[in-house]
Design a protein around this ligand. Sequence first.
Ligand code: ADP
Ligand code: MG
Length: 279
Amino acid sequence: MRPITRSLIPCLALLVSTFFCLNFLWADDARLTKEQIKVFLETAKVINAKGSRKGVTHPWRLTLSDGTITHDASFQGIDEHTAAKKFQSGNMELGFVDSYKYNIAAYQLSELLGVDDMLPVYVERKWQGQTGSLSWWLPVKMDEAEQRDKKLAAPDTEKWNNQMYRVRVFDELVYDTDANLSNVLIGEDWTIWRVDFSRAFRTSKNLHDPKNLVKCDRQLFQKLRSLTAESVGEKTKNYLTKAEVNSLMARRDKIVATFQSLIAQKGEQEVLYSLDAAH
Ligand SMILES: Nc1ncnc2c1ncn2[C@@H]1O[C@H](COP(=O)(O)OP(=O)(O)O)[C@@H](O)[C@H]1O
Ligand SMILES: [Mg+2]
């Protein structure tokens, strides 16, 4: 072998190993497709488990590995059905449900509406004999509670607001009775994610808090308008009842009507925006 060829071998080996190493890092992060993430969550082996500190029902933080990728996930196994639930506040809710099924339903709905980038992927998974939801662990910097406590402002107010308007619209659609600040997670670059829908999908045909509807992402508005009970029913068939789907559709009608009237009052430019176009 000529000396020049021989000296190239270590360089090549370094290049190849760097490539595989980088590939691994990318694969472990945002480079996996949603489908690959789903398969990983459904099939990878659980190699570690610990209870999470934050939140209300303290789901498990699991570490999963398929031999190549190792990543954490949140396991929520709650499926509580109570005829009349009394809360510490003194309030009572009839037909109370707190269920992992709603996490999966919310993710599936977000896919239908093209806003699945604002939720972690949720799948159904059985762990230690219990069926629950499992979500891809997100690279979180802080939650909204911490952001407010520390009075930290996002560097790009418009981007922040535009993300938050989408969250608000989604919250009204799914009617989450527990849409608290620990369920809004913030990434390094101030990306906003919404987690935890176990107390959503109430059968109210009214909006929870209509003043949350200020502006709407144009694409989301179009998808909302074309949403049908059939498509929602089909997509969420193992997780939502017919009554839950019908109530969701009634709220959809109200959300669309609210934005249509805002557009009539203020003009489309003041109400609809494009998240992608601005950033
Ligand atoms: N996919 C995820 N990625 C990162 N953090 C998560 C994820 N899911 C949950 N968490 C964290 O765990 C906390 C508790 O989980 P959550 O699903 O909200 O259950 P609960 O509020 O009922 O205890 C959340 O507030 C959040 O801080
Ligand atoms: Mg929570």
